[in-house]
Design a protein around this ligand. Structure first.
Ligand SMILES: Cc1cc2nc3c(=O)[nH]c(=O)nc-3n(C[C@H](O)[C@H](O)[C@H](O)COP(=O)(O)OP(=O)(O)OC[C@H]3O[C@@H](n4cnc5c(N)ncnc54)[C@H](O)[C@@H]3O)c2cc1C
Length: 350
């Protein structure tokens, strides 16, 4: 049985930063994630995309942000149970919890922080015959590594932000980019639509609308696709087909834990500490909902920071916690020299 103070479900940016904030309060964390590596959506969906709204970073690649978060929490030595999904939960008489994964690993914790984001990543697959056969042989549902498409012919399908943004981005990587959408209008952001139109006029993106991919061909690997363009069928040679029709949000087993759920998200008390309707179970990051909720990385960081204060009170009833700046208190786990140097700086300021 793995024992910890806070059991975090989800190793996305919110779950990772929780370890840091909890560490400052000397609370130990263990993280479960169904994926084989940490990072959540950033690693799984857009590791090579730059993010522009992380405070203090004018621009940071999603993958680099995850690496930095891992570096930042290393000193607090969190435990990881990766490649396993949190499956069942049991609340004990003393108010603590046992969470068991789908592979049977048991975790005992004082408090639970659900940072499950969108839940497990299930892409919406188009209904095309034999599509499973071509998965990893030319059909990709995520752009994990743009280099895979360098100097290749690619066809992207979809009308949302992912389809538009990746078409724009990959127009500088692939030898030929075709974007296919079943309507003439796109659902994505206006500036992305305008960028695609610009690239179309510059001859860098082939735009085919309204049209649908109806067939895939190739013996060992994808070689071409069949499309239905307003009733007319034609064949396009391509190395890759990337249908980007979004993800089906699936809370999975967590949906059966007795939590209040609204539109696939867990309701929390945002006026206080992001606790759910069950005492000791918190929900932070993309997985929760409350009036005015924004699904942004920095909102998850904020929620994690407030949540751990509540766990501290739960574990130390009646004990007052005085907030200290890291510039003053330093961080336990840093080497003594640095801590001593920091103390000297504080002293000289005083
Ligand atoms: C293409 C794209 C671009 C984006 N750009 C930006 C941006 O520029 N700025 C910004 O702020 N935000 C951006 N976002 C949103 C941002 O990625 C999310 O807000 C952020 O990932 C939420 O972090 P999280 O830790 O709450 O959840 P996630 O990153 O979704 O991580 C949740 C983790 O929980 C795991 N999990 C779920 N259920 C279980 C379970 N039962 N057991 C075990 N593990 C489980 C999942 O496997 C996953 O790893 C973007 C999103 C996308 C898709």
């Amino acid at each position: 049985m793995i024992k910890t103070d806070i059991l975090i479900i989800g190793a996305g940016p919110t779950g990772l930063f929780t370890v840091f904030e909890a560490g400052l309060l000397k609370l130990k964390c263990h993280i479960i994630d169904g994926l084989p590596q940490p990072g959540g959506q950033l690693t799984e969906l857009y590791p090579k995309k730059p993010i522009f709204d992380i405070p203090g970073y004018p621009s940071v690649l999603a993958g680099d942000l995850v690496d930095n978060l891992m570096e930042q929490i290393k000193q607090f030595q969190p435990g990881f149970t990766l490649n396993e999904k949190a499956d069942t939960i049991q609340k004990l008489e003393d108010g603590t919890f046992i969470v068991t994964t789908d592979k049977g690993t048991q975790h005992h914790a004082n408090s639970i922080a659900i940072a499950g984001g969108l839940g497990s990543f299930e892409p919406r697959k188009p209904l095309i015959e034999d599509i499973e056969f071509y998965e990893d042989k030319g059909v990709e549902y995520f752009v994990k590594n743009p280099e895979l498409f360098r100097d290749k012919k690619i066809v992207i399908a979809g009308g949302g932000d992912s389809a538009l943004d990746w078409s724009v981005f990959l127009s500088n990587v692939a030898s030929e980019v075709t974007l296919i959408h079943r309507r003439n209008e796109f659902r994505g952001a206006l500036d992305s639509v305008e960028k695609v139109q610009e690239l179309k006029h510059a001859g860098k993106i082939h735009l085919i609308t309204p049209a649908e991919v109806v067939g895939l061909n190739g013996s060992e690997h994808l070689e071409s696709i069949d499309i239905d363009e307003n009733g007319a069928h034609r064949n396009i040679k391509t190395d890759y087909f990337i249908p980007l029709f979004g993800l089906t949000p699936k809370l999975g087993a967590i949906a059966n834990w007795g939590l209040e759920i609204e539109k696939n998200a867990i309701k929390v008390n945002n006026a206080l500490d992001y606790q759910t309707n069950i005492d000791g179970i918190y929900a932070i990051g993309d997985v929760n909902t409350y009036p005015g909720k924004l699904k942004l990385i920095l909102c998850g960081f904020h929620e994690a920071t407030l949540m751990v204060q509540s766990v501290y009170q739960r574990m130390n009833p009646g004990k007052k916690h005085v907030l200290k700046y890291t510039t003053v208190s330093g961080i336990d786990g840093f080497d003594g020299t640095r801590k001593e140097a920091e103390k000297q700086v504080v002293k000289s300021i005083e």
